[in-house]
Design a protein around this ligand. Structure first.
Ligand SMILES: NC(=O)c1ccc[n+]([C@@H]2O[C@H](COP(=O)([O-])OP(=O)(O)OC[C@H]3O[C@@H](n4cnc5c(N)ncnc54)[C@H](OP(=O)(O)O)[C@@H]3O)[C@@H](O)[C@H]2O)c1
Length: 335
């Protein structure tokens, strides 16, 4: 049997700050092919919030434990388990629900052993955002060294990964951030990650917006995780025949694209969803990519901001993740 597990559970869909609560779940049986993992850390991603709200296409039956990614250490193994041993560091792969708890029991095949030298805040967050960034850079347009891409929401974790993964292939990035106090500091932070150009939304709304884009070639591809008018800022910088991939909707507004962009630039609008991609029986392929990303994070070649928060402070971390307390790095629960 597993030890009892302290978990963040929701019994109904709704605003996560009102429907989640901490409960002790009773021990569960560790069957012959099962592995019981003591969780070390797990992030609060926007999709976790949407899942609890009940507005995400994937809805685990309630009552459910929150979270879909994280890292833990093997605590006990069933009698038939061959590939994992006590103390191994593992992540759920493919992603699976219920990581916001102290002990998780799943079939051996659901766990992927990772390099222990990767810092836990990266190991806990390596799938949802970095893997999405990698896939989007590779799956839609055949990008070459010297090409440029444009993205909004550049401060997001996906955005930070796009900057660095693009840079590793010689691809230049134009990065749109929202206007806020401390814009200059944010610009410098993104440039330190390798961003070529960082512009605010208001700068791109100016008539002479091109003056802010330096000498980079017009972007062949764009990434949109905000929607609304901020999507149109990506579109207006794309070159003729360019493609914009939408993967998020942080503003909760529909995408606005001018008719003229379609007619005169012949643009393509595409969509990306990691969940759909992972379900194409790509577990093996996916684990190879995760190992690549884990290696980059271990070697300090992939960086992004996180804040490790004790599990007991879940309510505060949730408020921060929901944007109720201003701007904060990705909240990662530490169990
Ligand atoms: N389709 C997929 O498979 C997939 C995979 C991964 C992520 N996603 C989506 O990608 C998006 C980013 O995820 P993440 O975890 O990387 O985000 P994150 O690190 O939590 O950051 C959130 C980002 O959204 C920006 N933002 C929030 N509200 C905004 C608004 N009203 N207007 C403009 N910007 C706003 C924030 O800007 P500030 O820094 O200025 O606050 C920040 O850049 C989310 O929508 C997530 O669901 C989708």
């Amino acid at each position: 049997m597993s030890p009892p597990s302290k978990a963040i559970v929701y019994e109904n869909h709704g605003s996560p700050d009102s429907v989640t609560r901490v409960v002790m779940l009773p021990p569960v049986e560790v069957r012959e092919n099962d592995v019981c993992v003591k969780m070390i850390a797990a992030p609060i991603n926007p999709s976790d919030i949407n899942q609890i709200e009940g507005v995400y296409p994937v809805r685990p039956p309630v009552p459910a434990v929150g979270g879909i990614e994280g890292v833990g250490q093997v605590y006990t193994v069933g009698s038939m388990v061959k590939s994992l041993s006590l103390g191994d560091f593992v992540i759920p792969s493919p992603l699976s629900s219920g990581t916001w708890q102290t002990y998780v029991v799943k079939d051996e095949s659901m766990w992927h052993k990772i390099d222990k030298r990767c810092p836990i805040e990266y190991a806990a967050t390596i799938t949802v955002n970095p893997l999405s960034a990698l896939r989007m850079l590779e799956d839609f347009v055949s990008l070459k060294s010297g090409d440029s891409v444009v993205q909004n929401g550049a401060t997001s974790m996906v955005g930070q990964c796009i900057i660095q993964l693009a840079r590793l292939c010689g691809i230049r990035t134009i990065n749109i951030i929202r206007d806020r106090v401390g814009t200059d500091v944010t610009k410098e932070k993104l440039k330190a990650l390798g961003a070529d150009i960082v512009v605010s939304e208001s700068q791109l709304n100016e008539k002479n917006f091109k003056s802010h884009l330096g000498n980079l070639p017009e972007p062949v591809m764009g990434f949109n995780c905000i929607g609304g008018n901020v999507a149109s800022l990506v579109v207006k910088t794309l070159r003729e025949g360019g493609t914009m991939v939408t993967y998020g909707a942080m503003s909760k507004k529909p995408i606005t694209v001018s008719t003229t962009s379609f007619i005169f630039k012949d643009l393509s609008l595409r969509g990306f969803w990691l969940h759909r991609w992972m379900h194409l029986e790509k577990v093996k392929e996916c684990r190879k990519m995760i190992d690549y990303l884990i290696g980059l994070a271990r070697d300090g070649k992939l960086k992004y901001e996180t804040e490790l928060v004790p599990f007991e402070d879940f309510a505060t971390a949730l408020d921060k993740a929901m944007g109720k307390r201003g701007n904060h790095p990705k909240q990662v629960l530490k169990f």
